[in-house]
Design a protein around this ligand. Structure first.
Ligand code: ACM
Length: 266
């Protein structure tokens, strides 16, 4: 069994020190509760509502050497995994990233592919397939927030054999939590969405962080609490069973030869 936790918090674009402090609190709680796999929201180090690229740049850090990444890396040293959304600077560019740390190592970074609203003004979109890493025999996939609206992302993660999709988020629209139930069912995977809360520069975020099972069960859904770590104990091997009925395997029954339109620009 794995203890998977989502951390709900309120990153603040005007108070980086508070963001660091809140994450330290979360890590302490998650450590005490013996969490194996912890998910933090999108842009947890920086807040979301930048007014300009310069503001985003001033709040960005390098992965894995930045101060925020360093405390995550340290926390992971005790045989656990953490994924967090980070405003990342790399080779002069900015990315809306999700970095994954396990056992004191940086396992990888995903650059958000589908940028939302004004994000295109400061971030470059990722150009690589979403990331799946292996930890203790479990396959862990990563996507970020608005990727939920593009079912191809979760499908690719499932085709790469992800058992669970970790999903840092700063959700504005009200659809995602329900959509993630569908992502679970259609791919027979667990999902863990850690969403932020609060109102930042006039924009409100919806909280309701959740964990879903391969059968589409909502194992956990928070409300709009400001700082909360909540968890579910899961058996990731259940995601290896892709039978949606006795005769239907949701992976093997796909018909890629007639899906060509999916990879064409319309
Ligand atoms: C979002 O992608 N932050 C809505």
């Amino acid at each position: 069994m794995l203890r998977v936790a989502v951390a709900q918090m309120e990153p603040n674009v005007d108070d980086m020190a508070a963001n660091l402090l809140n994450v330290k609190k979360i890590l302490k709680i998650a450590g005490k509760e013996e969490v194996d796999l912890l998910v933090l929201p999108e842009l947890a180090n920086s807040g979301y509502m930048f007014a300009s690229r310069d503001e985003a740049l001033a709040r960005s850090e390098a992965i894995p050497n930045g101060s925020f990444s360093t405390i995550l890396l340290e926390w992971s040293q005790e045989g656990r995994v953490v994924v967090a959304g980070i405003c990342e600077t790399k080779e002069g560019n900015l990315y809306n990233s999700a970095a994954i740390f396990a056992d004191g190592e940086h396992l990888g970074t995903y650059h958000k592919i589908h940028l939302f609203d004004r994000e295109n003004e400061w971030f470059l979109p990722g150009n690589e397939e979403p990331l799946v890493v292996e930890w203790k025999g479990h396959k862990i996939g990563v996507m970020v927030c608005f990727d939920w609206a593009f079912p191809e992302v979760a499908r690719i993660l499932a085709l790469k054999r992800a058992d669970i999709i970790l999903h840092p988020a700063n959700l504005v629209l009200p659809y995602c939590q329900n959509a993630m139930i569908t992502r679970s069912i259609e791919n027979r995977v667990f999902t863990a969405t850690a969403n932020r809360v609060g109102t930042e520069r006039g924009v409100s975020f919806s909280g309701m962080s959740q964990i879903t099972s391969p059968k589409g069960e909502v194992l956990l859904r928070l409300q709009e609490e400001k700082l909360r770590v909540a968890w579910a104990d899961i058996d990731p091997s259940l995601a290896r069973d892709k039978m949606i009925t006795r005769r239907n395997d949701v992976m093997k029954d796909r018909r890629p030869s007639i899906y060509g339109r999916l990879s064409r620009v319309t």
